[in-house]
Design a protein around this ligand. Structure first.
Ligand SMILES: Cc1ncc(COP(=O)(O)O)c(C=O)c1O
Length: 468
């Protein structure tokens, strides 16, 4: 065990046994180094790990504090490992997505942050300037693998995270989902086994269904989010070709897996020569001071295809994402040229200008602050009114709350009751095909607090309290 893991384990115990109550300030890095005898770097790694697990949070210039949800456990799936031979989730997802499209719906079920928080005015300015220039529409320089300047900027951002990257490793795609789908298609053949998290973004289930893959699922670990032991067992017993995991601000539950576990996953992937498609589209929406590391950071043999996009930070309407494809770049480009071809040339050009300017980082900082504030308000209100009957899982990133309803309430029925009142929410059957896990909902809390939002939340609360 690394020294930082030892220290993190010790501090975790202090938090969990109540020796350090909520909001207690932790010793500064320097103080902790003196107390423990470990180096500053070891202490910093341990604190960052605890922060990624949501046990502590950081405040600029004030240090680290014990988080409110430090004792939050992740809901655990009922089964250890399950094989899902027949997946039929596509028609449910289709009906669901159609039902929440109308503009009069209060979109608590939406996967996208409130659009008022995205598309900063500087970006709109850049887009409108470019829209008037003929050159911006030149598709030839934006065809697969995508705009070179944009790929260089993305590659630089990986390098800044300690991941050596060349522009040629990156393929620009039509959003994150395109990146994920193309990667899965490149790495699998029908009938192959893939491994998903038990409760996961429905796009993964849909892709598996479309490509005729056999799906094995891993349960969530109540404490760490990811069940390393179950993972090790599965890869020993099944010929898994590819894993598709989301380990940062996981959708729908919200947890972030620690660096320690990510390191161990990478080691096992390497030993068993298994590919990982990493869905990291929420990577920029962390709350603390440090962006969580991706699995790409721990990748040993070019086994990780890291997928992300600008959808959650600048707007899903731009439809620009990317995959760190490495040696799979050419294969993915082949598939692109047979399907989505390329992301929009004008938007790729506009993103080059905006993302390379200081405006992008400034926008990200503001976005994170607003999302954190809005989610906190939702969480407080819901805890006050539903705290007695529901469990509310609140992790320090993104904009979702994952809520366990009382067992007599089916999340699908609740969704059906509320959609008639023009309020949407995302029921757990969209994310989990096991019948035992149908009492959860995902609530989008990115919205500014207005009377319309409060009114919709009140109706949501009443529907639960008065559910027959
Ligand atoms: C977990 C997850 N992955 C991927 C996507 C797809 O992102 P994009 O809009 O960039 O295609 C979404 C969108 O909601 C998502 O929630």
């Amino acid at each position: 065990m690394y020294k930082s893991e030892q220290l993190a384990q010790h501090l975790r115990r202090l938090i969990e046994n109540g020796s350090w109550p909520v909001h207690t300030r932790l010793p500064s890095l320097r103080e902790q180094a003196e107390i423990s005898g470990f180096s500053l770097m070891t202490v910093m790694n341990a604190y960052q790990d605890l922060e990624a697990q949501g046990l502590i949070y950081s405040k600029e210039k004030s240090g680290y504090f014990v988080a409110e949800n430090a004792k939050t456990q992740i809901p655990q799936s009922a089964t250890i490992v399950s094989l899902n031979p027949k997946i039929e989730i596509n028609s449910l997802v289709f009906k669901y997505l159609k039902s929440i499209q109308s503009k009069d719906i209060v979109p608590f079920g939406s996967a996208f942050p409130d659009h008022h928080l995205l598309t900063p005015s500087k970006l709109l300015q850049v887009v409108s300037q470019m829209a008037r220039d003929q050159k911006s529409y030149d598709q030839t320089t934006n065809l697969p693998p995508g705009n070179l300047a944009l790929r260089k900027i993305i590659a630089q951002r990986y390098c800044m995270q300690g991941i050596p990257t060349d522009a040629d490793d990156i393929v620009i795609t039509s959003g994150g989902l395109d990146a994920l789908n193309l990667s899965l298609q490149a790495l699998t053949r029908p009938g192959d086994y893939i491994l998903l998290q038990q409760t996961t973004f429905y796009g993964a289930w849909q892709a598996a269904e479309r490509l005729g893959l056999k799906v094995i699922t891993l349960p969530e670990h109540a404490k760490y989010g990811f069940d390393l032991e179950a993972f090790e067992q599965v890869i020993q017993h099944y010929p898994i070709k590819v894993c598709w995991f989301m380990l940062n601000a996981q959708n729908p539950i919200g947890f972030t897996v620690s660096d320690e576990i990510k390191y161990k996953i990478a080691k096992l992937l390497h030993e068993h020569k298994i590919y990982l498609i990493e869905d990291d589209v929420y990577e920029e929406l962390f709350y603390g001071m440090h962006k969580p590391l991706s699995m790409k950071y721990f990748d040993r043999g070019n086994l990780v295809l890291h997928c992300s996009s600008f959808s959650k930070t600048l707007g899903a309407g731009f439809r620009v994402g990317w995959v760190y494809a490495g040696k799979y770049s050419e294969q993915i480009q082949h598939l692109q040229l047979m399907s989505t071809i390329s992301a929009n040339a004008l938007i790729q050009n506009a993103l080059v200008e905006f993302v390379s300017s200081h405006h992008y980082e400034k926008h990200l900082r503001l976005l994170r602050r607003r999302l954190e504030k809005n989610k906190k308000r939702f969480a407080q209100y819901l805890k006050q009114h539903l705290g007695q009957c529901c469990e509310i899982y609140n992790f320090p990133s993104g904009y979702f709350l994952w809520i366990k309803l009382p067992l007599h309430i089916s999340s699908l029925e609740l969704y059906q009751k509320l959609i008639i009142k023009h309020i949407s929410l995302a029921p757990s059957p969209l994310f989990n095909v096991l019948e035992t896990n149908q009492h959860y909902i995902r609530l989008n809390c990115s919205f500014e607090w207005t009377s319309r939002i409060q009114d919709a939340l009140d109706q949501f609360i009443q529907s639960i309290l008065n559910f027959p």
